[in-house]
Design a protein around this ligand. Sequence first.
Ligand code: GDP
Ligand code: PGA
Ligand code: MN
Length: 672
Amino acid sequence: YYEVHNIVVPHIGPVPIAKGDFHKLPQKVQKFIAKWVDICAPRALYICDGSKAESDEIIHKLVERGVLTELKKYENCFLCRTDPADVARVEAKTWISTEEKYDTVPHVREGVKGILGQWISPPEMEKEMNDRYPGCMKGRTMFVIPFSMGPIGGPISKIGIQLTDSNYVLLCMNIMTRVSPKVWETLGDGDFVKCIHSVGCPRPVTRKVVNHWPCNPERIMIAHRPTEREIMSYGSGYGGNSLLGKKCFALRIASVIARDEGWLAEHIIASVIARDEEMKDGSVIDRDEGCRTYVVLRIASVIARDEGWLAEHMLIMGLKNDKTGEEKFICAAFPSACGKTNLAMLQPSVPGYTVRVVGDDIAWLKFDKEGTLRAINPEAGFFGVAPGTNFKTNPNAMKTFQKNSIFTNVAETADGGFYWEGMEDEVDKNMMITTWLNKKWQIGAPGKAAHPNSRFTAPASQCPNIHPDWEKPEGVPISAIIFGGRRPTGVPLVFETFSWQHGVSVGACVKSEATAAAEFKGKMIMHDPMAMRPFMGYNFGNYLKHWLDLEAKPHKVPKIFHVNWFRVDEEGEFLWPGFGDNIRVLDWVLRRCAGEEGIAEKTPVGYIPKKESFNLTNLGDLKWDELFSIPKYYWLDDIRESKRFLEDQVGTDVPQVIWDELDEQEKRLREL
Ligand code: GDP
Ligand code: PGA
Ligand code: MN
């Protein structure tokens, strides 16, 4: 029972409102919508409320149109097949626009192509936008999605408004973020992150629509204006490109906000010092026992540090020791499709811990007044890699998506179930299967049933081991940070870094095999510093400096570790069983955090576990020495290569501390 109004937009005339009351929205929001209605020229406006009724209505329509297929085996679950040309994030078409180039990208060596973000000048960006957006929603409905990243109204939470012409996006946003009319109340006259998304396929369509999935792959452009807190995504409906709360907002834009708030704090220092100068002959000086400048600076720098926070590509999980009842939380940063979701939902293979998930992809981290690093998960759902997921590897994920979930580019069994590579033992061998490309297929036949980057989208609240505090507005305290990637050779299962600075240098040198999460073909080993290469919101050198600056009193910085679940033997077989057995590694990590001595051995790259201290119960034969070897010449090559990478890609922006750490590591390796 929505009132129907028309909003009158210059040049366009009245635009019918299919749902919602435009005139009750905050003024700034009305202006924002009117501007984009004017540009995009949708045929109607639909103001979303995030309700179940809303999702049901949209689902009903999409099933009728053939966009979604009901998976009858489960409750309220649907399959979506995209245009096969729109299946992953597109890094080459992702841009950030700032006045000053080096705010966004580092000083890359001449003649080298930068890989840590792409900068575009504001006028060029304007031109690209003008080439795409005018009239881009003709014949389509513009959905207005008010969403909160983090619990609505929470101290670390942030609000975004997404305009989109994709109802699939609306459905997924309803799962992945908190969409609610309460967002309007919380927002009031406040600022919000402006998100504009179009599939770039106005009606009448000129490009053939495949699978009822309108998109415009040739013209994709994922653009960010961090200063304006604005995201404009065109041409793709795929998750990482279109669910703008996720990578675009919660990583790229949020990392800039996090940095800016740190800078804001530097202004506070400056103004406190300025005031101090003015009061040189004033009466307050004696209060500070003659150390006024020192005291003022100290207080101000505490404020500064308190304000600086981080937006990272990290899972968050809690591990409760069943004997002591003590619980510790950790964060881990792995590149896309390298094991975050699986680790976060871990089902331990050995007793000892109760493991619960707080988040599986993004962490916003901030030090509290006591100096404890706290993390929140800004999302409300999981957008997880389907292949490889089964009741053995990740039972918690399987249980999470038995209802109210959307599956994208997976295969379908004849009895209305989902199917993907990795489910061979859980489906009848003779079952008829329809692949993601709509071809008939059976287990054992050539080719793949599901796209390697096929995904499930499921509400986090349905996860059997979701942590009771997962929506705690102030977040959970973090004891360890873990970096990792897919490293088939040379890199041990786990090592502990020597210090915060050493840990940051290890993070800066993270590398991993390319995966299907983005457009790269083949399995080349790529640099993915801090697992943030595709998601850097600003100059990576400044980002490293921001990390290094966080180590200052009263901050209790967590220990930093590096893991690698993916080392292989000569036959190419994984040396480590992974998944539920990763608890054994986390057990060692937590014991190190608790200060346990005698369980670690020093190597040039960090501490590794002593075999006798590591839980190997029921593991069968493990090639321990191969799993933990640190080949001297491999590592010397690796460090030279990493230095070259930093010289080429980050140049003069690399903080000196990082060079010092790398030099010391090289020295330790030479002495091996
Ligand atoms: P995310 O994108 O970082 O969240 O990665 P996922 O947790 O979704 O995992 C991506 C792929 O890696 C999936 O196919 C998983 O089955 C696989 N994977 C995850 N953890 C492990 C592990 O410990 N060992 C092995 N061998 N594969 C893993
Ligand atoms: P993930 O994220 O693979 O890091 O979970 C999704 C994406 O890369 O689009
Ligand atoms: Mn994931």
